[in-house]
Design a protein around this ligand. Structure first.
Ligand code: TSJ
Length: 647
C-alpha cells in the first residue's frame, strides 16, 4: 500500500482547483482508525458494517435495489449482500482502474469523522468501503453483473487477487465479506442484537426495503427479516406499541424541495407525559437535533396555538409552550439532502439552515390542513396540550414554593444527608443508599472528606405515572433534589450540582434493581442532563464472599467466580474455600462496605449511559406505564428476574 497523496483530475483535464480532490493513502486509516470510525471499541467494530450497508442503501435510494442481507459468519466475518446493479467493474480511462478497485483502495478526504464532516451520498465513491478494507484482515467482494460473477480480494487494504471472473450468474448485485483486523480492534466479537436493532431502524427509515439479518455462529443460529411498507409510520407504531395512542392513525407529512425530501410521522399518547422524538438526516441519527428538529418544534407550537385560537380553545392571552405541545408525542423526522453538514463534537447535529424552513413550512402547510380535516383528532391533541399547560403552571407554583422555602431556610439540606467536608463538586461523590441499615454502614465506612451519604427508604413514587407537579412535593424525592442542589425540570442547572458523581447503591437483587430503575427513571425524566453528562453511576456490590481461613475475597458476579475459587484453593487445589452469597448491603459492616463497594481504589462503578434512549424508554414504559398487559408479558418473559413490582 502506498502512503502517497493521489490527485485526481476531472475528465476534461481542466485544472479547476475546486474539482481537485486530495486523497490520502489507506495507511493513514490504519495509523489513526479512530479518526475514521470513531473508536476501535465495539462501537467502531460495528461501524464497519454500517459503512458497507450504507452503500447498499444508497443503491436502494437510487431505486435499483430492494433487498439487503447482513450476516455474521461462523468465523466472525460479516457478509453484506444486495440485489442492486453491482458495483461497476469496467476500467475507467483516466485511472486505468475499475470503479470497484477505486472504491476499495482510495480514501476520500473528509469522511464522517475526519475533517470535513460531510458524507457524499448516492455517488460512486462508496465512502467508507476503503476504510473498512484498510481495517480488515481480509475482504472479498463479488459483483454479480452482465451474467458473470466478478471477484476481487484484499488484505489489510492491499490487493491480493485482481478482479477475476469466477463464474456465471443470472442475478445482479454486490456481495462483500470481511474479517475485522484483530490488530486494530480491542475485541472482534459482533453483537447480533446491535446489528439487528440498527438494521431495523434502517428498514423503518427506508420503507419498502427488505433487510434480513442472520447469525450463523455455532449455537446461536438465528435470522430476522425486517420489511416495513409504511416506513416511518410503522416506526412510530412500533415505538408506541405499549402505549395508549390518543388517536388511531399516525399523522404523516412529506414534501420535496429542490433536491431534498422531508418526512415527519407523529402520534400522541394519552398516558405519556414526556416527548419522544428521533430525527435523522440521510438515514443518520442526529441525537443532538439541529435545523430539522428546530423547524419541527417551532412549527408544531405555532400551528397548535393558531388552531387553538381559531377554535376558541385558547382564549385571550392563553398560550401553549413548545413543551406543552410536545407532551406525549412520539415523532420521527427524516430528511434527505445533498450536502448534509453535521456539526458539534460528535457530528450528530444537522447544521443546514435550509432544513429549518423546509420542515417548518411542511408542518405549517400540511399539519394545519390535517387539523382542519380531522377536527376530533385536533380537539384531542389540543385538550392534551392545554392540560399539560395547566399541570406545568401548577408545577411552576410548587417549584416557586420550594424555592421560597429554601431561600427562607437558607438552603437547608435534608436531615438524613451525611454531607462531606470537601466543597468542590468535581471532587465529591454522593451515595444514594437503599435502606436505613445500609445507610448506617455506608456512613461508618465512607471517607467523609469527599463522600456524602443519603439514605432512602420505603417505596418511591412511580415517576412515569406522576406528573411533574406531584414530583415536586414527593417526600422521597425532595431530599434527592435538595441534596444535589441543581434543581429539576426546566430549572435544572448543571453548574449548581453539588457532587459530580451521583452513585446509586442498591442491592444486587431484584428489589435493588427496582430501586435503581425508579431512581434512574426519575433522573431520566426530570434531570436528564445529569444522565447525559455522565454524572450518574451504579455501585456494584459483590455477589459472593469467599473465605479461606483468614483470607477473604469478594467476587462481583458468577463470571469471575470459578477463577476466583480456583485461585483461592491454591496450587494444590486442596484448600477449603467457603463460599457465601452476599445477602445485602445491610449485612455488610462499615469496613466491608468500604473495601468492596466504596473505596475508589478497588470498587467497580458502572457509569450510566444514554446510549440507547429507545431501550430505556421501553423499560420504563413497560415496567411502569399504565398498560398492565405489556408489563405482565415483560415480567413473564423475564421470569427469572420477576418480582411483584407493586407499582
Ligand atoms: F461500497 C461497497 F463496496 F462497500 C459496497 C457497495 C458494498 C455493498 C454490499 C454494496 C455496494 C453497492 C454499490 N451496491 N450497489 C452499488 N451500486 C453501484 O455502485 C452502482 C452501480 C451502477 C451504477 C450505474 O450508474 O450504472 C452506479 C452505481 C453507484
Amino acid at each position: 500500500m502506498t502512503d502517497e497523496l493521489l490527485v485526481s483530475i476531472t475528465e476534461d483535464e481542466e485544472y479547476d482547483a475546486s474539482q481537485i480532490q486530495v486523497l490520502e493513502g489507506l495507511e493513514a486509516v490504519r495509523k489513526r482508525p479512530g479518526m475514521y470510525i470513531g473508536s476501535t471499541s465495539s462501537s467502531g467494530l460495528h461501524h464497519l458494517i454500517y459503512e458497507i450497508v450504507d452503500n447498499s442503501i444508497d443503491e436502494a435510494l437510487a431505486g435499483a435495489c430492494d433487498e439487503i442481507a447482513v450476516s455474521i459468519g461462523k468465523e466472525g466475518t460479516v457478509t453484506v449482500v444486495d440485489n442492486g446493479r453491482g458495483i461497476p467493474i469496467d476500467v475507467q480511462e483516466q485511472t486505468g482502474k475499475s470503479a470497484l478497485e477505486v472504491v476499495f483502495t482510495v480514501l476520500h478526504a473528509g469522511g464522517k469523522f475526519g475533517g470535513g464532516g460531510y458524507k457524499v451520498s448516492g455517488g460512486l465513491h462508496g465512502v467508507g468501503a476503503s476504510v473498512v478494507n484498510a481495517l480488515s484482515q481480509w475482504l472479498t467482494v463479488r459483483v454479480y453483473k452482465n451474467g458473470q460473477i466478478y471477484e476481487m480480494k484484499f488484505s489489510r487494504g492491499d490487493i491480493i487477487q485482481e478482479l477475476t471472473i469466477v463464474g456465471e450468474t443470472d442475478r445482479s448485485g454486490t456481495e462483500v465479506t470481511f474479517k475485522p483486523d484483530s490488530e486494530i480492534f480491542d475485541d472482534c466479537e459482533f453483537s447480533y442484537d446491535v446489528i439487528k436493532t440498527r438494521m431495523r431502524e434502517q428498514a423503518f427509515l427506508n420503507g419498502g426495503l427488505r433487510i434480513t439479518t442472520s447469525d450463523e455462529r455455532e449455537g446461536r443460529e438465528v435470522s430476522d427479516t425486517m420489511y416495513y411498507e409504511g416506513g416511518i409510520i410503522e416506526f412510530v407504531q412500533y415505538l408506541n406499541r405499549n402505549k395508549t395512542p390518543l388517536h388511531d392513525h399516525v399523522i404523516y407529512l412529506a414534501d420535496e424541495r429542490n433536491d431534498s425530501t422531508a418526512e415527519v410521522a407523529l402520534q400522541y399518547c394519552g398516558d405519556v407525559y414526556n416527548e419522544f422524538m428521533l430525527s435523522f438526516a440521510n438515514n443518520i441519527h442526529t441525537p443532538d437535533g439541529g435545523m430539522h428538529e428546530t423547524g419541527f418544534k417551532a412549527a408544531l407550537t405555532r400551528v397548535l396555538n393558531d388552531y387553538g385560537k381559531k377554535l376558541n380553545i385558547l382564549k385571550g392571552d392563553d398560550k401553549l409552550s413548545g413543551e406543552d405541545c410536545r407532551e406525549g408525542v412520539t415523532a420521527i423526522i427524516s430528511v434527505r439532502l445533498m450536502e448534509a453538514q453535521f456539526e458539534g463534537q460528535t457530528k450528530s447535529k444537522l447544521g443546514n439552515s435550509e432544513m429549518r424552513s423546509f420542515v417548518d413550512s411542511l408542518l405549517t402547510e400540511k399539519l394545519s390542513t390535517f387539523l382542519e380535516e380531522n377536527p376530533s383528532v385536533a380537539r384531542a391533541i389540543l385538550d392534551k396540550a392545554v392540560t399539560a399547560s395547566r399541570a406545568r403552571e401548577a408545577a411552576r407554583k410548587a417549584r416557586e414554593n420550594i424555592r421560597r422555602k429554601t431561600a427562607l431556610e437558607g438552603m437547608s439540606l435534608p436531615g438524613k444527608l451525611a454531607d462531606c467536608n470537601e466543597t468542590n463538586p468535581e471532587l465529591t461523590e454522593i451515595y444514594i443508599v437503599e435502606g436505613d441499615s445500609a445507610g448506617g454502614s455506608a456512613k461508618g465506612g465512607r471517607d467523609s472528606r469527599f463522600q456524602a451519604i443519603l439514605p432512602l427508604w420505603g417505596k418511591m413514587l412511580n415517576v412515569e405515572k406522576a406528573r411533574a407537579d406531584k414530583v415536586y412535593g414527593n417526600d422521597k424525592l425532595t431530599p434527592v433534589i435538595t441534596a444535589l442542589g441543581a434543581g429539576i425540570g426546566e430549572d435544572f442547572d448543571e453548574t449548581k450540582l453539588r457532587y459530580h458523581k451521583v452513585i446509586i447503591m442498591a442491592d444486587a437483587d431484584v428489589d435493588g434493581s427496582h430501586i435503581r430503575t425508579l431512581l434512574l427513571t426519575f433522573f431520566f425524566r426530570f434531570m436528564r442532563p445529569l444522565v447525559e453528562g455522565g454524572y450518574v453511576y451504579a455501585a456494584q456490590p459483590p455477589l459472593f464472599k469467599l473465605t479461606r481461613g483468614k483470607t477473604v475475597r469478594y467476587v462481583l458476579d458468577d463470571t469471575e467466580l470459578e477463577e476466583a475459587m480456583a485461585e483461592m484453593r491454591g496450587e494444590d487445589g486442596k484448600g477449603k474455600v467457603d463460599l457465601s452469597r452476599n445477602k445485602g448491603l445491610g449485612e455488610m459492616d462499615a469496613h466491608e462496605l468500604w473495601d468492596t463497594t466504596m473505596n475508589p481504589e478497588t470498587r467497580v462503578l458502572k457509569q450510566i449511559k444514554m446510549t440507547d434512549a429507545i431501550a430505556a424508554d421501553e423499560v420504563f414504559t413497560v415496567l411502569m406505564g399504565e398498560k398492565v398487559e405489556p408489563r405482565k408479558e415483560y415480567i413473564e418473559k423475564n421470569a427469572k428476574y420477576a418480582v411483584d413490582l407493586d407499582i
